[in-house]
Write a protein that binds this ligand. Structure first.
Ligand code: PLP
Length: 483
C-alpha cells in the first residue's frame, strides 16, 4: 500500500476549470439529438415497467412520489431493490453502475459485507436503540479524534442538517454574536436559517418558501471565492454585533461544483481569526471521503467546528454529528455540567448503537483498505476518460474531479447566477432540463449519476468497471447535437 493518505493526487487548476465552465455557459446548450433522446426515453417505458407502476402509485401516498431529492425522477423515479459494491439493481432486474452511491456516504461501496456483519451483531445484542450509553459512542468519538485532532470532542446527531443547526447554535452561544456567513450556492442542509443562497449564488431567500424572514435575518452569503466580499461582510457585521461563524464546504459550494483555489480555506481561517468569528467546516461530503483526515487534513487548515454526515455512519441511518474545539463543544453540555447556559440539542435516536457501530467499523475498514485513496484513483480514471471523450468529440463539456467526487458539466446550469439575472431567468429551465435528459440517458445506458452531473466513485470501482462506464458515457455523449 502506498503512503498516499488523501484521495486527491494533484489539486486541480482552478482557473482553467472556471475558464472552461464560463465558456460552456456562454454558449447555447448542446443537448442530445431529439430522435436519440426518444430512444433513451423508450428504455424507461419498455424496460422499467415495474418501477413506473410502483412510483406512479407512490404519487397517491407520497408528495411527488419520491422521498429523496436525489432520487432521479426524470422521466420517472426508479425503484431499487438491490445494492452491492459498485452496482444497483432496479425492481425490473436491470443492473446499473452506481455513481450516486447514495449521495456519497459509501466510500467502501454499497452494502459492504464486513460492516454489515458488525451491524447485524449489534442488532442481535442491543437492537437498534436503548436510549442509554453504548461503548461505540466512545469508540467512534475517539476514532474521529485520532484522525482529525481538531475534533477534540464530538456530539452525534441525526443528520448533516441537524448538525449544522447545532454548530451555529454553539457558535452563537460561545461568541455571543449572531451573524452567520455562508458561501452563495453552498448546501448546508434545509434548516430555516440555511435555506438562503441555496444552489445559486446571490439568490438569498429565493427558495425560502414557508420560512419567515426573521429565521434567516442573520444569515448572509458572499459570492464563491470572493474573499474581498467576505472581508467586507465581516467588517460591516463588526459594527452590528459581530459574526458568530463563517461556514464553508471546503471544496467549494455543492461539493466542489464551484471549486475553490487551494489557499481559499486558509484565507478564510485568517479572516475568521482577524474578526473573532468561528470557522465551521461542513465536511458532510468530504469527511472521510477525501481521506480519514477530511478536508481539514488535506488542506492543513484547522476549523473550530466540523460538521459530519454521510460517511460518519458509513451509509447507515442517523448520519450526523458536530465536533471541534473543547471550549466551544462544551456549550452543548454547559447545562448538564452546571455552568453557564447550554446550547440545546437532542434527538431520541441520536448516537444509537447501530449508527455508532456502523460508523466505527466503516471508518476502521476505510483505514485498513485505504478506501478513500482507492476511490480517488477510480475518480481520476473516470475523469481522465471523460476528458478524453469530450476532447475526441470536440464537445464544450467540462469534466473535473476532487478525488472520488467527479463532476461532468454538460448543461452548465450549476454555473448560472445572479451576476447575470436575465440569463439566469431565461436559461435556468432549459439548462436544468438538459441536465435531466443527460441523467436519464446515462441511466438508460446503465449508469446512475447524481442529478446527471456528479459521480461519486467508491472502493468497489475497479478499472474494468470504470472502463465499462466510460463506454456507456461515450454512447450518450456521441448522441448530442452537432456530432
Ligand atoms: C455539504 C452538505 N452539508 C449538509 C448536508 C445535509 O446533510 P443531511 O442530508 O444529512 O441533512 C449535505 C447533504 O447532502 C451536504 O452535502
Amino acid at each position: 500500500m502506498s503512503n498516499q493518505k488523501y484521495a486527491i493526487f494533484e489539486y486541480h487548476d482552478t482557473n482553467e476549470i472556471y475558464n472552461r465552465l464560463n465558456a460552456l455557459v456562454n454558449q447555447p446548450i448542446r443537448p442530445i439529438q431529439r430522435d436519440k433522446m426518444e430512444l433513451f426515453l423508450s428504455y424507461f417505458e419498455e424496460k422499467a415497467v415495474k418501477s413506473k407502476e410502483m412510483t406512479d402509485e407512490a404519487k397517491q401516498f407520497i408528495p411527488g412520489g419520491v422521498q429523496h431529492n436525489l432520487a432521479f425522477n426524470y422521466p420517472f423515479p426508479m425503484a431499487i431493490n438491490k445494492a452491492e459494491g459498485a452496482y444497483l439493481w432496479d425492481v425490473d432486474s436491470n443492473r446499473y453502475i452506481d455513481f450516486l452511491q447514495a449521495g456519497g456516504p459509501t466510500v467502501l461501496g454499497s452494502n459492504y459485507t464486513p460492516v454489515r456483519d458488525k451491524v447485524q451483531e449489534i442488532i442481535n445484542t442491543t437492537g437498534p436503540v436503548t436510549g442509554l450509553f453504548h461503548e461505540f459512542e466512545l469508540n467512534l468519538a475517539k476514532l474521529i479524534n485520532q484522525h482529525m485532532p481538531a475534533v477534540e470532542m464530538f456530539r452525534m446527531l441525526g443528520s448533516g442538517t441537524e448538525s449544522v443547526m447545532a454548530a451555529i447554535r454553539a457558535a452563537r452561544t460561545f461568541t455571543g454574536k449572531k451573524k452567520v456567513i455562508k458561501v452563495g450556492g453552498a448546501y448546508h442542509g434545509w434548516s430555516d436559517q440555511m435555506v438562503y443562497g441555496l444552489h445559486i449564488p446571490g439568490t438569498g431567500r429565493m427558495e425560502a418558501t414557508g420560512i419567515p424572514k426573521g429565521a434567516n435575518r442573520n444569515t448572509q452569503e458572499f459570492y464563491p471565492n470572493n474573499l474581498g466580499a467576505l472581508r467586507r461582510k465581516l467588517m460591516m457585521n463588526r459594527l452590528k454585533g459581530g459574526t458568530a461563524a463563517v461556514i464553508v464546504e471546503p471544496l467549494g459550494p455543492e461539493s466542489g461544483t464551484r471549486p475553490v483555489p487551494f489557499e481559499f480555506n486558509q484565507h478564510v481561517r485568517e479572516l475568521c481569526d482577524e474578526f473573532g468569528a468561528l470557522l465551521i467546516f461542513d465536511e458532510v461530503v468530504t469527511g472521510f471521503r477525501l481521506g480519514l483526515g477530511g478536508a481539514q487534513g488535506y488542506f492543513g487548515v484547522k476549523p473550530d467546528l466540523t460538521i459530519f454526515g454521510k460517511c460518519v455512519t458509513g451509509g447507515y441511518p442517523m448520519a450526523g454529528g458536530v465536533g471541534g474545539r473543547k471550549d466551544v463543544m462544551l456549550t452543548f453540555a454547559a447545562g448538564i455540567g452546571g455552568t453557564g447556559e447550554r446550547a440545546y440539542v437532542g434527538g431520541t435516536l441520536s448516537a444509537n448503537p447501530l449508527s455508532c457501530a456502523a460508523g466505527y467499523f466503516a471508518i476502521k475498514e476505510m483505514e485498513s483498505t485505504n478506501a478513500a485513496v482507492v476511490a480517488g484513483r477510480a475518480g481520476d480514471r473516470l475523469t481522465k476518460g471523460l476528458q478524453e471523450i469530450i476532447e475526441r468529440l470536440s464537445l464544450p463539456y467540462v469534466a473535473y474531479n476532487q478525488g472520488s467526487i467527479c463532476h461532468l458539466e454538460t448543461s452548465g446550469v450549476m454555473l448560472l447566477d445572479f451576476k447575470n439575472p436575465i440569463r439566469l431567468m431565461r436559461e435556468l429551465k432549459p439548462r436544468k432540463h438538459m441536465m435531466e435528459e443527460m441523467g436519464a440517458a446515462y441511466m438508460a445506458s446503465g449508469v446512475v449519476t447524481l442529478a446527471g452531473s456528479r459521480m461519486y466513485t467508491s472502493m468497489a470501482d475497479t478499472n474494468e468497471i470504470i472502463d465499462n462506464a466510460l463506454d456507456r458515457f461515450e454512447h450518450v455523449l456521441s448522441s448530442v447535437e452537432g456530432i
